[in-house]
Design a protein around this ligand. Structure first.
Ligand code: TRP
Length: 445
């Protein structure tokens, strides 16, 4: 019973791809690929994305589109008895916590973008990019303000609604993201010595592949597609009933793979061409990349557009994270959207403050040996997301009516019954089992 819908199927696909393509896809994935066997990791990742990942993505789509409801009511509508709607509530909590620290990184990107206009990021006064990053992240006022600015940008878009807000922003940001990546990739690949970076990223290294590689790839496949928090349930609930779900899912998956691939080919060749080493974690984009651009002709301008790209990628993911919390509250009361979005957004900002301070004032405050930022990240990425993904796949597989599922999955698509049966086996058996394996292994790690 939702009044508003996506204006076009393309708008839906770009918004869903925007959710999927975020920091995890453009920044963590290429790095992990380089570490874990290069091209072989990438190949395993794509294989898992196309099988297990796409199956779960389709499960979220089927649930959302058939019920036309968001995180809580979708579960209630299918199974009115029992406590199934807690799956949606867990997703909303996970999204709340995820955005609380995701937006901190969004803030760093914002402040780097603004600073890049002054020219002192790629060329720090004392020449030390690492020291600059540390001094910026340790300064509570600067990162606090940038964090707030990032959340306000997110709120301003989401409060405009699905079509006028999220869809419209995605229709500009996603093509821009693609074009910027293309420019950066070409620049990077045409540098002298770029080949070494391509080799690092893509050359299959069989000795680096272990069972851990599969686990990394599987976890990354779910994370990259934003699965497990009912984001895709929510987004597809706004999709009109004629659009083909398998077709939309392929488009989202292919766009994610393409961007991840382009990210690797933009980042590594440039790093190697200038004789630097890829680095783990935040320092890859905030320390190594500025050092790369420092050596490049027009580096400051390239850095600026790189940060703009990161900002778009992060924002479109943030829209979806806040929308999943907003949707249930404005159900049937769309006039409340503005107020609810501001309230939720500012609460998420408040929740993010201790994560933000983890790099300065609260650096010595530890929970189970982790900083606040890392503890929330651990709770979300290693517990809430896999748990949510498991529950969603079991719920769709065993609680939904097969006839409805089949109808919903196949309507408007080129596929027949065989596709439905394969998908059913995937979500009944393969997907839950693979999530359990990743889950357990991450916990005992
Ligand atoms: N897919 C996003 C990325 O690659 C991160 C993410 C994980 C996410 N789960 C999510 C985004 C749920 C939105 C909703 O960065």
């Amino acid at each position: 019973m939702q009044k508003e819908n996506w204006g076009t199927r393309l708008g839906f696909i770009l918004a869903a791809a925007g959710s999927a393509i975020g920091l995890g896809t453009v920044w963590r994935l290429p790095y992990v690929a380089g570490e874990q066997g290069g091209g072989l990791f990438f190949f395993i990742f794509i294989a898992l994305l196309l099988t297990v990942g796409t199956s779960l993505l389709l499960a979220e789509f089927v649930l959302g589109r058939s019920t036309k409801e968001g995180a809580i009511e979708a579960y209630r509508k299918v199974a009115p008895k029992g406590q199934w709607h807690w799956i949606g509530i867990i997703g909303m909590i996970a999204a709340f916590l995820l955005l609380s620290f995701y937006s901190v990184v969004g803030g760093w990107i914002t402040t780097y973008f603004v600073r890049s206009f002054t020219g002192n990021v790629t060329n720090p006064p004392d020449g030390d990019h690492g020291a600059l990053f540390e001094s910026i992240t340790a300064n509570p006022w600067e990162v606090g303000l940038a964090h707030l600015a990032f959340m306000i940008m997110t709120i301003l878009v989401v409060q405009m609604g699905i079509k006028k807000g999220i869809e419209k922003a995605s229709l500009y940001m996603m093509p821009a993201l693609f074009i910027i990546f293309l420019i950066l990739m070409i620049r990077s690949l045409t540098l002298d010595g770029a080949w070494e970076g391509v080799v690092y990223f893509l050359q299959p290294d069989f000795s680096a592949v272990s069972s851990e590689t599969f686990l990394f790839a599987l976890g990354q496949a779910f994370f990259s597609l934003s699965l497990g928090v009912s984001v895709m349930v929510t987004y597809s609930s706004y999709l009109d009933s004629k659009a083909s779900l398998p077709g939309s899912a392929w488009s989202v998956v292919l766009l994610s793979v393409l961007i991840a691939f382009m990210a690797g080919l933009a980042i590594f060749p440039a790093i190697y061409a200038f004789g630097l080493q890829p680095d783990e974690g935040p320092s890859l984009i905030f320390v190594v990349i500025p050092a790369v651009f420092q050596q490049l002709a027009f580096g400051e301008a390239f850095f600026m557009i790189f940060m703009l790209l990161m900002l778009f990628a992060t924002l479109t993911s943030a829209f979806s994270l806040i929308e999943i919390i907003v949707t249930p509250f404005v159900r049937g009361k769309e006039h409340l959207r503005k107020r609810v979005t501001w309230a939720v957004g500012l609460l998420i900002f408040a929740m993010g403050i201790p994560s933000n301070l983890s790099f300065g004032l609260l650096a010595d405050f530890h929970i189970f040996g982790l900083t606040f930022f890392d503890a929330v990240d651990f709770l979300v990425s290693n517990i809430l997301l896999p748990l949510g993904a498991l529950l969603i796949s079991l719920f769709v597989a065993y609680k939904m009516k097969p006839s409805i599922m089949q109808e919903e999955l196949l309507r408007g698509s080129r596929f027949g019954k065989g596709f439905y049966f394969i998908w059913l086996i995937m979500i009944r058996v393969v997907v839950p089992l693979s999530i359990i394996v990743v889950f357990v292994s991450q916990l005992i790690q």
